[in-house]
Design a protein around this ligand. Structure first.
Ligand code: KE4
Length: 429
């Protein structure tokens, strides 16, 4: 297997197409998460056979340099030896106990070490569970019902958060999901990202919390203006509304202490996911002790989970963070990401954005500063770019409204190969 020279002879996808037909008979849309169905870019999704480092191989044997990284968790690259060994070692002792286990404490300490604003943390099984639970906790703590979110931000698929959501919802241009009762949506107010004046339109004294992605990555990547984030922090603090920073995607990615370290703005609660599970299902929410201690069994806010704190998931998360925290790794991620995006910006026409090792290109010629400007993108052109890159051996997010992720496994040679693929791909645009 020649890792550097990608075998780019018109790829075959026969087996993926066969499997997709089969999958659609028994799994809705043939996928277990909508964005994987390639509806945002057209065509048939490939089925992955295996992945190592920065590379994926599909069931037809096609090889890709992977910038999706399972939507963020694979910051060390796929199948990192230390993560695999940690999971194997944990599995030999049993896969789930339903009792406290020592690994939960170790991962909790790693999270609290990186996030000073997190004094206590509770583990769950997905980012959605983390944000859903944090919202309930904020409502229990403040005894208020209304919440504020921001257009295009996606916080998972909990009912009260599927309002003008990003990610798959943005891709399908279905901001509100069917099945969400009107009075759920009525308690969710949505504001516009980066609009300081808009913050004044809310009576914050009736708001339980504001939830925001501090590095929005679910409508493509839209960096927040620091002044906006500071204003949101101030306006919530002034009237006792909680600020929930949803760092499921940017946590441990844009810096060791996530966006809170980058911007110097801390949340009352923080939600985490993806990287902290090292590819296994883990979410987490944490924050001030006086808030977190309202959670059962200490307090009246109920939250639970059969597999929460699962030893295999904890082991994968511990191995991932312990490796990620090694000196120089965040500097390497920054340098590699900057090199890739510098190169792409010279090749691919569009509005480019990057924060740390998260990046994207918007196929529009206006600056993208919020959901409305993100929606000016030519999604069909993005689809052509996506498929041209895929046929040239590079797997990007199958939607204009997602982002790319660099890992520590991507080398300079991978970056060069990616830029070569981009030069070929733009010819087809
Ligand atoms: P999960 O429930 O998918 O683990 O996490 C939900 C979530 C919460 N908060 C943020 C900021 C997120 O980005 C996510 C999930 N991100 C999407 C990718 N845009 C997951 C991919 C998918 O839905 O398949």
């Amino acid at each position: 297997m020649n890792l550097l020279k990608l075998d780019i002879t018109n790829m075959k996808h026969d087996y993926s197409e066969k499997l997709f037909r089969e999958a659609q008979q028994i799994i809705p849309g043939g996928v277990n998460s909508p964005v994987r169905a390639f509806r945002g870019v057209g065509g048939t999704p490939f089925f992955t056979q295996r992945a190592t480092g920065p590379r994926l191989w599909d069931v037809d044997g096609n090889e890709y340099i992977d910038y999706v990284g399972s939507w963020g968790p694979m910051i060390l690259g796929h199948a990192h030896p230390k993560v695999i060994q940690a999971v194997l070692d944990a599995a030999r002792n049993g896969t789930s106990f339903g009792t406290p286990n020592p690994l939960e404490i170790r991962l909790a300490k790693l999270v609290c070490e990186a996030y000073p604003s997190i004094q206590k943390v509770r583990f769950v099984n997905s980012g959605t569970e983390a944000t859903m639970s944090a919202i309930r906790l904020a409502r229990g703590f403040t005894k208020r019902d209304k919440i504020v979110k921001f257009d295009g931000c996606y916080h998972g698929h909990a009912d009260s958060l599927l309002v003008k959501a990003g990610s798959g919802a943005a891709t399908f241009d279905v901001p509100d999901s069917a099945g969400v009762p009107a009075d759920f949506a009525r308690n969710t107010l949505t504001l516009t990202l980066n609009d300081v004046a808009g913050l004044k339109r809310v009576n914050w004294s009736e708001i339980a919390c504001a939830i925001i992605e501090p590095v929005p990555g679910n409508m493509g990547l839209i960096p927040l203006k620091l002044a906006f984030l500071q204003a949101l922090r101030q306006v919530t603090r002034d009237v006792g509304a909680l600020l929930i920073l949803d760092e499921v995607m940017c946590g441990f990615r844009v810096a060791k202490g996530g966006a809170q370290e980058l911007y110097g703005v801390t949340g009352d609660l923080t939600t985490l996911g993806k990287i902290i599970g090292g590819g296994l299902p883990v979410g987490a929410f944490g924050g001030r002790t006086d808030i977190m201690d309202l959670l059962a069994p200490n307090g009246p806010v109920y939250q639970a989970g059969t597999l929460s704190g699962n030893p295999l998931a904890m082991a994968a998360g511990i191995a991932t963070l312990e490796e990620l925290f090694q000196p120089g790794h965040y500097k390497t991620l920054e340098e590699r990401s900057a090199a890739l995006c510098y190169g792409l910006k010279k090749i691919v026409p569009g509005y480019h954005a990057r924060v740390g090792s998260k990046f994207c290109v918007f196929f529009t010629d206006v600056p993208v500063v919020d959901y409305a400007t993100a929606k000016t993108c030519d999604t069909k052109k993005y689809g052509r770019y996506f498929h041209a890159m895929m046929e040239n051996g590079v797997y990007l997010a199958p939607s204009q409204f997602e982002v790319g992720f660099m890992s520590l496994a991507h080398t300079e040679a991978d970056i060069e190969a990616t830029l070569r693929a981009a030069r070929e791909a733009v010819k087809t645009l």
